[in-house]
Design a protein around this ligand. Sequence first.
Ligand code: ADP
Ligand code: AMP
Length: 213
Amino acid sequence: MNLILFGPPGAGKGTQAGSLCAEFGMVQVATGDIFRRNLKQNTDLGQLARSFMDEGQLVPDEVVWKLVEDRLGDEDVQSGVLFDGFPRTVKQSELLVAWAESSGWKLAGVVALEVPDEQLVRRLSGRRTCLDCGSTYHVDHNPPAVEGTCDRCAGKVVQRSDDTEATVKARLATYHQQTAPVLEFFDSKGLVSRVDGVGGIDGVAGRIRTALG
Ligand code: ADP
Ligand code: AMP
């Protein structure tokens, strides 16, 4: 099965992705994680992405699409993909749909997590992320067992540089201007299930399963 897990930054996409992938045999493709890995390895792609990420802006569509198209050719994603953080513009959505039509790839649906902005700001400013495996935590709702250390891989858990209040506000503005219209695009194809993303992590997980039938 191929799914898009959609929602504003901080909606809980990364938090929900792991169990969904394990349950439905999908591989998570998170474009933000790919950019952060490239940044860490100091690649040209990482350098290019940095300037946009630091400002809360989107990386240009052609750069994102080249990366996703290449990734879709990899052996490990042939059994199913869970997109997290992609597509983020109508253009990216159109490129994916055109590619899907020409390659026989089928999108099962778009699960859209809905969370009000005030709560997104609280979630993002309290988010902590593992530098090694990308697992996310929250200082209040979901802290690692040992402060500063990842439960899953024992890596160092830190605050992302774009999770500061000023950048979070810019990212939310970018979401409303450029990313929210993606929902209308997939709505017109009858592919969107909206899920209330407020409440405990397990409650949200249950509502996603209900939406998936
Ligand atoms: P996204 O991948 O959509 O940007 P994350 O999954 O990283 O969002 O979640 C953002 C922050 O909110 C993290 O700190 C995470 O621990 C926390 N979080 C995720 N789901 C919930 C929830 N249902 N209730 C409260 N906090 C949550
Ligand atoms: P995320 O980890 O999904 O919050 O993404 C972090 C940052 O990476 C975003 O604020 C963007 O700058 C960039 N990014 C990630 N995915 C995309 C995408 N699909 N299109 C454009 N920019 C992206």
